[in-house]
Design a protein around this ligand. Structure first.
Ligand code: HEC
Length: 430
């Protein structure tokens, strides 16, 4: 508990990270599948000797590169800002573990950016072969970024043998690494198709437009066939408790999972069959709706992945409130306030009870609960008498397995109960 707590009112820190990260993930996957789309479609244009296809790829590359280099890079940096403010301890643990992976990833990101510029600038300036090679370099570097970052993200849910060995190889090639890399690659290819619908729908010539829409639709097919398998593979390797959370243990999580699967099915049904039957009637509006649905799928899937990791930020290693599992007994014995370097109240006294309780909430609960906004605590405890709250605090992890146990000492538990009891009663609130 070495860092100050940064509370985000109403939204909560978790949702703030999600808001930035989901946009980033959506764009980043685009950038990868889109790279493959550029080179394969450029090759198709040369093969068919159709200059209109090349013009189309050029238009597409402008949108793709603007979107990924500007919004993708901004949100990527945004993730660093938000995670290091909201979850400094978790971020620090990841950096210490994966320093080299991140260093390598930044090299590939640099290559990706450079290749994107050269590819775009190289239309008409480079010969075909060189231009295509640059395109392949762009796609290769982008995919390797995914490969590397995914090792870190999947580690947080399934640290696997690393928990015993603390070996970076065990951390990186963790149990959910391969299924999630596989799924993310499928998603990247499908998103390329969704994005291509938008640029294809902008084409004026009717037969070319119909042709490119039919072509774009084919990009959805691999994901359609392979994602269900990837999903089953993924669910087979994640921790038992995480699986149970997603399959009914926490109803909201199940709803989001169903939303993600259901919307994907709709996208594939309409995107492949709908367009194959009537490519001429496919409009820009329809393309944009599909794209928005794709964003919703990305959002809900990533949300589920984050939710099922609770109560941990790194599974079996660090709780969401930044306390390491191995430190929990010490924190409980010493008290959360005394263990925290930045708490303004260090010990509970009869005079500061309420104030101390509020601090305990900040330290132990505010990573998941706001007072009045997202996952608000006030409505939960509104009608609970103080002694009942006190008793429930003793079994938070039983009440909802998505929560860590109460990690303070007895006096802190009393103080927190006292503060929570004031929430139901506005006048008493400090
Ligand atoms: C890892 C995230 C996390 C942490 C940390 C956490 N909670 Fe929760 N808590 C949740 C979630 C998620 C729910 C359930 C929401 C639901 O089921 O609708 C919940 C529900 C609750 C409920 C309602 C339980 C019920 O029976 O309806 C109470 C009370 C509560 N939390 C109190 C606390 C207190 C006090 C703390 C700090 C000591 C805390 N929580 C820490 C995530 C967390």
């Amino acid at each position: 508990m070495n860092y100050p707590v940064w509370e985000v009112p109403l939204l909560g820190g978790g949702l703030l990270i999600a808001g930035v990260a989901i946009v980033h993930v959506f764009i980043a996957h685009f950038a990868i599948g889109g790279g493959l789309f550029l080179v394969l479609t450029e090759m198709k244009g040369y093969r068919e000797g159709d200059g209109r296809i090349i013009d189309y790829v050029r238009l597409h590359s402008r949108f793709l590169i603007l979107l990924t280099l500007v919004l993708g890079a901004l949100t990527g940096v945004g993730i660093w800002f938000t995670i290091s403010l909201v979850q400094p301890a978790g971020t620090s643990a990841l950096i210490r573990n994966f320093m080299w992976i991140w260093a390598i990833e930044w090299v590939f990101f640099g290559v990706e950016i450079a290749a994107a510029f050269v590819y775009y600038y190289g239309w008409d300036r480079l010969d075909r072969r060189t231009h295509l090679t640059v395109g392949w370099i762009y796609f290769g570097a982008a995919w390797i970024s995914l490969f590397l970052v995914n090792g870190i993200i999947s580690f947080m849910l399934t640290p696997g043998d690393w928990l015993k060995t603390h070996n970076i190889q065990d951390a990186f090639f963790n149990p959910s690494f391969f299924p999630s890399t596989f799924m993310r690659t499928c998603v990247a290819v499908a998103l390329a198709g969704l994005y291509a619908f938008v640029t294809a729908a902008l084409l004026r010539e009717e037969d070319l437009r119909a042709n490119m829409i039919r072509y774009s639709a084919r990009w959805l097919v691999p994901a359609f066939l392979l994602l269900p398998m990837g999903g089953l593979w993924y669910f087979a390797v994640i921790p038992q408790d995480a699986r149970e959370l997603s399959l009914g243990g926490a109803p909201v999580v199940m709803v989001f999972l169903a939303l993600s699967v259901g919307l994907s099915a709709l996208i594939f049904a309409y995107g492949t069959f709908g367009t194959a039957i009537e490519p001429r009637r496919f409009s820009l509006a329809a393309a944009l709706v599909l794209l928005a649905m794709g964003l919703a799928v990305t959002g809900s899937s990533e949300w589920v992945r984050e939710a099922i990791r609770k109560p941990y930020i790194i599974y079996d290693y660090m709780y969401a409130n930044s306390i390491r599992v191995e430190d929990a007994p010490t924190v409980q014995a010493q008290g959360a306030l005394a263990s925290s370097k930045w708490a303004t109240v260090r010990t509970v006294t009869p005079e500061n009870r309420i104030q101390a309780g509020k601090q305990v909430f900040r330290l132990l609960c505010s990573s998941c609960h706001t007072v009045d906004g997202y996952n608000a605590i006030r409505p939960f405890v509104r009608d609970w008498p103080e002694d009942y709250i006190q008793q429930q605090l003793g079994q938070l992890n039983v009440l909802k397995p998505i929560m860590p146990p109460f990690l303070g000492n007895e006096q802190e538990r009393d103080a927190l109960a006292a503060w929570l009891a004031t929430l139901g009663n506005q006048e008493q609130q400090p």
